[in-house]
Design a protein. Structure first.
Length: 145
């Protein structure tokens, strides 16, 4: 397959746009309902030799996103396809750990994944949410001035 090539067209999906209750408290429901849908979309992308990227979400949804991605990545029907990938919010304090986890996940399934580091659109919202909750810190790195 020609995936992982910048000239190959691709599509990206946002998990929160695919499921109405994409939140940690609905973990079981999300896995039961969203994993089959995302797998079906990934299989379609594979059949058309498209790159398929799962977009990043807010910090509160990171673990849930990774659980969904791990469940789909483990599907044998996607073996041999290098077009599956994800975006990682580079400004999140957990970015390095997420990259290590994704590397282990890919190696564990003998797969290659596209990983796109993004600045993301959530930095301001992450700061505001942490302030509203009265947290001592932020899930994101502070802006450098």
């Amino acid at each position: 397959m020609t995936a992982l090539c910048p000239t190959v067209p691709g599509i990206s999906v946002k998990l929160s746009a695919l499921h109405p209750r994409f939140e940690a408290v609905s973990h079981g429901r999300v896995l039961a309902e969203l994993v089959p849908l995302l797998l079906r979309l990934a299989r379609q992308a594979k059949s058309y030799d498209l790159n398929f990227t799962v977009d990043a979400e807010e910090a509160d949804r990171l673990e849930l996103s990774l659980d969904v991605i791990a469940a789909v990545l483990g599907e044998q029907s996607l073996a041999g396809w290098d077009g599956f990938g994800l975006a990682i919010q580079a400004y999140q304090k957990r970015a390095a750990e997420v990259i290590d986890y994704v590397d282990q996940l890919a190696r564990g399934h003998d797969r290659r994944l596209m990983v796109r580091l993004v600045k993301g659109a959530y930095w301001d919202a992450e700061i505001k949410r942490a302030q509203e909750r009265g947290l001592d810190g932020y899930p994101v790195l502070p802006a450098r001035r």
